[in-house]
Design a protein around this ligand. Structure first.
Ligand code: HEM
Length: 359
């Protein structure tokens, strides 16, 4: 199947989108303010708990075919990268409760027209989670997810059940559409294993130069099988597992693009629809490499949690986020980042290179 060219008609503004967007951002900001009041410190409104902040490199593969040599991947070159590995809830809970895991990467020093020049810097962020789809994948569905979170905000155990319910939501959505739910989705509610072995996904689509794609990050070499390894006990068991991993060895991932080859079966407006890998496989575009390091020194943690911000809209026009769930993320991340930097009295500054990230 051939990749379909990008044009502006891949996106359609949804019914009531402006009002729903406002409602979502306001409800998330209120939850974040409540948490900040309780902790006397502001965290992210989602993915509040980090497990590692790692420095690495992203090497774009040489001789990519023209449909993959797009945007920041158009030339074989090596970029510096900082990544923050996290759990999805908007508050700090024990790692003994399974949760969706996040993997955000900031590719530094990219060229191209910026989506939001006001953010400053020359970086491209890609934010990924360890499922291929987002259960509440439209601006109309997302408020239901917030209701689930709000109802369980004060009870981590109940929150765990809410997360499990969300996972079932994902399965239902996938099953309704005739797809096969992936092992990660099926295992979400019970599995609590080393996140380094997971495969991470943008879930929603992005512009991929002249095309449209979803990206994924797949573990390589020594990481394969780690997603079967339980992380053990302890409030910060994931951080401990990641810190002991990076004390002894590095980590390699393959960054891959799944190009849109069918507008109807691979929509951009509903991020709950799984794009069939048989119709369009995930194809390697770059190698992400992290060497041995201390991923959680006090300096690293404070920088990663309080100073650093990741945002799917922090990037170039060639990789513009697409679809209603991506459009709502534009004000949502701005609101969360602005509020936490304001409450923590910290300036907002994009790193210029790895030299800005403490060891
Ligand atoms: C499309 C699927 C999504 C993915 C893959 C995703 C992934 C992530 C990741 C990995 C982070 C942590 C970034 C970090 O380490 O700093 C994050 C943070 C966040 N996410 Fe999402 N997310 C998704 C959808 C959404 C939606 C729909 C909303 C809201 C409507 C949202 C709101 C946020 C907020 C507010 C933050 C914290 C931003 C900050 O203060 O720095 N996300 N997301």
């Amino acid at each position: 199947m051939t990749a379909l060219p990008y044009d502006d008609t891949v996106e359609q503004i949804q019914e009531d989108e402006a009002r729903l967007t406002q409602e979502i951002v306001a409800r998330m900001a209120a939850a974040q303010a409540r948490n900040a009041e309780r902790h006397r410190h502001a965290h992210r409104d989602a993915h509040a708990k980090s497990h590692a902040i790692v420095k690495g490199t992203l090497a774009v593969h040489a001789n990519l075919p023209p449909e993959l040599a797009q945007g920041i991947f158009s030339q074989p070159r090596e970029y510096e990268v900082v990544a923050r590995l996290s759990s999805a809830p908007g508050d700090i809970h024990s790692d003994e409760a399974p949760a969706p895991r996040g993997f955000a990467i900031k590719v530094m020093g990219v060229q191209g027209e910026r989506l939001l020049p006001g953010l400053g810097g020359h970086n491209q962020d890609f934010l990924m989670v360890n499922f291929p789809v987002l259960a509440f994948g439209t601006v109309q569905d997302y408020p239901r997810f917030l209701t689930l979170l709000e109802a369980n905000a004060d009870a981590p155990q109940a929150l765990q059940r809410a997360v499990a319910a969300a996972a079932r939501g994902i399965e239902n959505v996938v099953e309704r559409l005739g797809g096969t739910p992936g092992a990660t989705v099926q295992g979400l509610a019970q599995k609590n294993t080393n996140m380094l072995g997971e495969t991470f996904h943008t879930q929603a689509a992005i512009r991929f130069g002249n095309y449209v794609a979803k990206l994924s990050l797949a573990p390589w070499g020594e990481l394969q099988g780690l997603n079967e390894q339980p992380i053990g006990e302890g409030f910060s068991a994931m951080r401990d597992a990641l810190t002991s991993h990076f004390a002894k060895q590095g980590a390699t991932y393959e960054l891959r693009a799944q190009l849109q080859t069918d507008r109807a079966a691979m929509p951009v407006e509903d991020a709950s629809v799984l794009w069939d890998e048989k119709a369009s496989p995930h194809r390697a575009i770059a190698t992400l490499r992290f060497d041995i390091q201390n991923p959680y020194s006090p300096e690293r943690q404070v920088y990663g949690d309080d100073h650093l911000a990741f945002n799917p809209w922090n990037g170039v026009a060639a990789h513009r986020p697409l679809g209603s769930i991506m459009r709502v993320r534009r004000p949502a991340y701005e609101s969360s980042t602005a509020q936490r930097h304001r409450l923590n009295a910290l300036p907002r500054r994009e790193p210029g290179s790895l030299a800005d990230i403490p060891d």
